[in-house]
Each structure stands twice: as structure tokens, then as C-alpha cells.
Design a protein around this ligand. Sequence first.
Ligand code: THU
Length: 154
Amino acid sequence: MSETPHLHGLTPTELKTLGEHAIAAKSLAYCPYSNFRVGCALLCADGSYVLGANIENASYPVTICAERTAFSKAIVEGRRESGGFKAVGVSTDISPPASPCGMCRQFIREFCDLQTPIFMWDAKGDYLVMTLEQLLPMSFGPDQLQKPDPNKGK
Ligand code: THU
């Protein structure tokens, strides 16, 4: 029996699983410099989940955030072609929850609809949710550029 969609089009099971994955993904973080663990989980349209965590570098600006790690994995694994993304989950060890940084918001904007929900879990396991549009109003995205040449960059 299928479950009724709940918050932002997710079923209660999808939301619970997204949270579990986002929280578990914190353990994948490589963050010896900040000790600030960030986990990310993407719920893909095909029902799969892709996890990411922050990966720091001795040359600090080379660090990649959890969200961009997760999306980079998902894109090369073909999740864009298989329907894209239904939701993003992010988790940290602080309360209230942290939200994706500006660079990650723009990165997410490339691959998600503006109505995509971004769930942010805090240290206690509680969450806040906002749409991408709420986190990145008046954004600049692929639709503002000329239609790409399908033979280029493939
Ligand atoms: N970080 C993320 O992974 N995602 C964000 O959206 C904000 C910041 C990471 C980067 C760095 O490893 C640590 O958090 C402290 O900035």
C-alpha cells in the first residue's frame, strides 16, 4: 500500500529515511580542521538516496561542503537523467540547525526546482524545512542562459 504524500510531497517514510541518512552521513565527514561535521542526503526522484559529507583540506579554501559532495556524486551517478531530486537533507551537530552556505545554495540551484524542500536537522534530531527559493530568492539559474548546445560538453 502506498503512503500519502506528507510535508513538501514526501511520505512520512521518505522524510524519516532522509533524516536518518542525513544524520548518519555526518560520520563520513573529513573535518580535522574545523571539527564541524556536516552530513547531507539527497532523495532522488527514482527513490534512491545519495549521501555526502564535508571534506576539508590543509589548504582551507579547497574544502568541499557536504551538499556539493552529495550533488557531485549524484550527478556523475546519473541521478539527473533519472528524474532529478525530490528533497535535500542536511545535518549538523548544532542547534538551531545550520543551513547550506551560499555557494551550496547556488550549486543546488543548478539541479533542483525552486520548490525543492531543504530539510535541516539539528543536534537534537529536530528539523527546519525551507524551499530552495526561500533560501535563495531571486536566484540566477540555467534558464537565464542560452539553451546549451547538446553536442557540447557531453
Ligand atoms: N560546511 C558544509 O559542509 N556545508 C555548509 O553548507 C556550510 C559549511 C562545512 C565546510 C567546513 O568543512 C565546515 O562546514 C566549517 O565551515
